[in-house]
Structures are given as structure tokens and as C-alpha cells.
Design a protein around this ligand. Structure first.
Ligand code: GLA
Length: 397
């Protein structure tokens, strides 16, 4: 949909013209999976497609939410923001505004139209994209843009943890809010210190592959994995005082492995420690342009998520397996929470067409339906769109 069509849609729904427009990206994580909540390093980047919002400020305290992606429209009062199951997607914006008000930031009533290009439940952070989007709207329109971006990122995460009830780490909101064009973010999730890294893929590109198996994070085993990691940390702490699993090096972990009686808990911890180490190596190899090595680390990461952390499943494993069989693909792994959703593959640019054709066929042959492929540059974090910017909403995924 072109921005003009979206503007028309806004007028159709609300009977007035919108005043402001915003865009918030989705994200992929290059490597460092399921360790943001273990104080680890992650390496995500923002996509160049995401979620749009058109906004008109109201004179009263009413919040109206509509979306081109869902039929459900929700209206509520700024003074009474409570989680309601039936409000479905609108709980994300409600949660962010509620937390901002609780922190004494200012907000007013608004008419909002959301339009997202990120497939829901595909592991590309459609919810974080929406959360940070709302945070930036409230910041720019009512708080003179003075709220620090990392504070907005934390508010968005808090909304998901406390209002929606998904115990996610900070990676997604950080990638969405802090993304920079053509850069990946090396983020230490313990201290929230970060640095940007150029993503120089030389003759290669990243292909995003969707299993098309829907994943619902709050119904998934996500929270269970977090609990298992807490259990693992307690076991380690009997011998070594560390605040989180990712403080350990692989060598230190190997020496303490004997402490674990339960193989499953040991495996969860092992994944976390080794994955953290892989992020450091991956950052290094990308910097040096050693893409074969970078690709090898992606493969190792997927194997660990499959065998030790057990968050992949038949669809993701098949997709990665089939991708790696194609000439020109030097690395592939699931990205995000797993249990379905998306994987990424590092593929030689001149082989991409052949790659998608082959993977489409072989995956469909084994799973029964086709995967989808998305191509995205690395985009900017959440921002306001000023009318002079010629932005097309046509960027389909
Ligand atoms: C989801 C969560 C993130 C992170 C990833 C796994 O995307 O929202 O915080 O834990 O899963 O790396």
C-alpha cells in the first residue's frame, strides 16, 4: 500500500486526516540466540521493512487503535489501560503507553492506524517493532523527544514482560530501536553496552527464509527455557560466583560440567556459554571479511540450538538442511525464538535465484508447503517520517 493509500485509509476510519507518520523496523539476529536473557552477547540488525503508524492527536483521553493487518479495532481510555485478552494486538501499544504514564512521562489521546509488513509470528520481531514504535510516538509527540532511546527500548521490553506476559530479553527491542543503516549491533545484554559493526558481505547476501510455520511466543517453550537456564545458573553458582551463564568461558564451563546431574539442564547451559563465545568469533570474522568462517559459525549455532537448546523443530531444521545443500550457501541458522518462524542463509549473490528455487522445492517436498523468502537491506531504527521523505509502503516481504 502506498503512503497515500494509507493516509486515505486513516481518513476513512477516523474521519480526519492524520498529522504524523512513523516507521519501526523488524529485525534479524545474525548470531547469539537465546542468550540475551543469560547476560550474553547478541548480534542483530534492523531490517528495512517494518511497521508504520499514522497518528492524529486527540483533544480528549481516548486512544483508538486500528490496523490494516487485523480487523479488530480497539478503543480505550488513557486512565484505564489494562490488559484484555480480547484486545489482542492492541495490548502491545496499550502496555507501552501504560508503562510510560507510570513513569510519569506525558501522553494524550490519539487516533492511530498501524500497518505492518512484518509477518506475524515469524520471528522477525513484529511485536517489538510495534512496541518501540509506540514509545517513539509518545516520546516525539508529547515529551519533546527527550526520552533517551535506550530507556524507550527498556520500556518496550517491560511492556512485553509485565503487560503482555512474555518474558523476553532485550535484544529485539534494542535492535528495533537502535538499528543503523548497514550496521549490525554487537550488544552486551548484561551491561547494555554496544557497538556497531559494518556488515560487509562481499559476494554474499543474507536471505531470510520463512518456514511458514507460525510460532506464538507466549504459547511456546520460551519461558520454560528461561527457567531451565536459571536452574543451570544456580548449579554453577555452587562452585563459582557468576551473575549469569554467559560470564563463563567454554573452558571454565567444561571444568564445571560435572556439577550437572540432569543432561537437559547441562545442555541448556552449554549452549549459552558456547553461543556467547561464537558471537565474539563471528564478530571478528565478519570484521576481517572471513565469510566462510562466519558461515561456519552460523551452522554451529543452529546445530547447538537444535541439539542442546532444542528450540528448532522439524521445519526449521529441514529449511536449514536444504539451504546448506545448495551450492553457494555457506551458512544458515534459525533466527529469533525458534519453534518455527524464520531462518537466515548466507548465499553467494549470483546463486540466490537458483537457491530460492531449489530450497522452495525441496522444503515443500519434505514439509508439504512452501517456505517464503525475503530480501532486506539493513535499515534504520524506529523514526518519524517527515512528509518530504518519499517513502513507499510498497516494500512487501
Ligand atoms: C525472542 C525474544 C528475544 C530473544 C530471542 C532468542 O526473539 O524476544 O529476547 O530471547 O527470542 O534469541
Amino acid at each position: 500500500m502506498e503512503i497515500n493509500n494509507l493516509k486515505e485509509k486513516f481518513t476513512e476510519i477516523y474521519g480526519v486526516e492524520n498529522e504524523f507518520s512513523f516507521l519501526s523496523p523488524g529485525r534479524i539476529n545474525l548470531i547469539g540466540e537465546h542468550i540475551d536473557y543469560n547476560g550474553g552477547l547478541v548480534f542483530p540488525c534492523a531490517l528495512d521493512f517494518g511497521t508504520y503508524a499514522l497518528v492524529k492527536v486527540r483533544d480528549d483521553n481516548q486512544l483508538n487503535f486500528a490496523s490494516t493487518n487485523f480487523d479488530l479495532k480497539v478503543s480505550c481510555d488513557l486512565d484505564n489501560l489494562v490488559y484484555k485478552e480480547e484486545d489482542d494486538w492492541a495490548n502491545y501499544p496499550k502496555g507501552v503507553i501504560k508503562i510510560m504514564l507510570d513513569k510519569n512521562y506525558k501522553a494524550k489521546g490519539m487516533d492511530i492506524l498501524i500497518s505492518g509488513n512484518i509477518p506475524n509470528g515469524a520471528g522477525l520481531s513484529s511485536s517489538a517493532s510495534l512496541e518501540v514504535l509506540i514509545g517513539v510516538i509518545v516520546n516525539n509527540l508529547f515529551n519533546e523527544g527527550k526520552i533517551d532511546r535506550v530507556e524507550l527500548v527498556k520500556i518496550a521490553q517491560q511492556a512485553e514482560n509485565e503487560f503482555v506476559g512474555v518474558n523476553c530479553g532485550v535484544m529485539d527491542q534494542f535492535a528495533v530501536g537502535m538499528g543503523k543503516k548497514d550496521k549490525a549491533i554487537l550488544l552486551d545484554c548484561n551491561s547494555l553496552s554496544y557497538k556497531y559493526a559494518d556488515v560487509k558481505l562481499l559476494d554474499y547476501d543474507i536471505v531470510i527464509m520463512n518456514t511458514n510455520k507460525r510460532r506464538a511466543l507466549n504459547e511456546s517453550k520460551y519461558n520454560e527455557r528461561r527457567t531451565e537456564c536459571e536452574e543451570a545458573l544456580k548449579i554453577i553458582q555452587k562452585e563459582k560466583q557468576v551473575d549469569n551463564l554467559c560470564k563463563l568461558t567454554p573452558v571454565e564451563f567444561d571444568k564445571l560440567e560435572y556439577l550437572f546431574k540432569d543432561e537437559k539442564i547441562k545442555n541448556r547451559a552449554k549452549h549459552s556459554v558456547y553461543e556467547n563465545d561464537r558471537v565474539i568469533s563471528a564478530f571478528d570474522s565478519l570484521n576481517k571479511g572471513q565469510l566462510e568462517e562466519f558461515g561456519r559459525l552460523l551452522i554451529e549455532s543452529h546445530d547447538s540450538l537444535k541439539n542442546l537448546y532444542e528450540v528448532t523443530g522439524k521445519e526449521l531444521d529441514t529449511l536449514v538442511e536444504e539451504a546448506l545443500k545448495v551450492e553457494g550457501c555457506i551458512g544458515a541458522r534459525m533466527t529469533g525464538a525458534g519453534f518455527g518462524g524464520c531462518a537466515i542463509a548466507l548465499v553467494k549473490k549470483d546463486k540466490i535465484e537458483e537457491f530460492t528455487e531449489k530450497v522452495k522445492k525441496t522444503y515443500a517436498g519434505r514439509i508439504g508447503y512452501e517456505p517464503s523468502f525475503y530480501f532486506s537491506g539493513i535499515g534504520e531504527g524506529t523514526h518519524q517520517i517527515f512528509e518530504t521523505n518519499k517513502v513507499s509502503l510498497e516494500k512487501t516481504v
